[in-house]
Design a protein around this ligand. Sequence first.
Ligand code: SAH
Length: 360
Amino acid sequence: MISKTSILDAGLKPLQDWITAAGFPSYRAKQVMQWIFERRADSFDTMSDVPKRLRELLAQEWCIFTTTVAHHDISPDGTDKLLLTCADDRRIECVLMAEDDRRTVCISTQVGCGMGCVFCASGLKGVVRNLTRGELLEQVLRLRNLLPPDERLTNIVVMGMGESLANLDNLIAALDQICSPQGLGMSQRRITVSTVGLPEKMYKLAELDRQYHLAVSLHAPTEALRNELVPINEKVGLTAVIEAADAYFQRSGRQVTFEYVMLSGVNDRREDALALAGLLKSRKAHVNVIPYNPVEGLPFERPTPDAIRRFVDTIRAGGVSISVRKTKGRPIDAACGQLRRRFDGNEPLRVLEQQPTVGS
Ligand code: SAH
């Protein structure tokens, strides 16, 4: 079987070249892209103003999506989660969240993850590979296509499976397309890239002069504790991560968010809060606390609401801006790596009862 070329991987230019070589004017390529990005086409035969012969030729050689939907979970709080099977049978996951006027997608950047954060489900089996630019775009488009016709995506968070900056080139290529007028025309400022904190890549990102919001997964205020929770820290060091975050802020003018997953009895003590406030108070930074989503088989627990409140109050009293992330999609394992794990484990594939989304 001859495998087809992915339009989303290839981009406009190769498609234009192919279309002109096939004897059609090159503007047809833009028209095809417009169908995919603006008009939500997921097959060539719906592209009614493209000549039928060209649609047939395209369908023989090109494909729009390379993944198939292995599972679609809908949570009552307005969260859709897709488990996608890639062409090489690997599984990736992505989520659409609806809240008030926001329609946010959360995408994965890798199959698995190589960072090994001890509380996270994504890295339990290591990293398999980077996702291609097309696979990154496809997650966004598949989720966007679930929205009612009159709704648009408002935000993207790169917080799914994988270390975003370990796949920086493909990620930037995909996000550039999303933000271009020929893509979804989304503002760079509405895109958040979350990283474990790879200083070299953070400098590189800063030099690219984009306006992305950078979120750095700090999770601990001291080298010793961070080494325990985020093993890559032994190589990079907390100080270097903070310096790189400062550099990103200086260059982009965008305030950096520090993510802090709260693990009961591990990093939620008063001394942790005091140390964190001490570390960040001289900076224009924001802390986003993520109450832990328990992962089966891992020895961590979410702190009580009281413990979270105490932690937040201490940070605030220390003069640092802080918020607590709302947990959405719990019934559908919407934390990174959790859905894939359920399906990749020994558990038989079970289709959850699908419930209608609320408010969308
Ligand atoms: N590799 C990127 C993206 C990871 S996912 C990064 O490290 O930032 C986004 C955030 O979710 C990270 O801060 C990650 O540490 C956190 N996270 C992972 N597993 C979690 C869990 N079970 N509960 C809550 N947060 C989790």
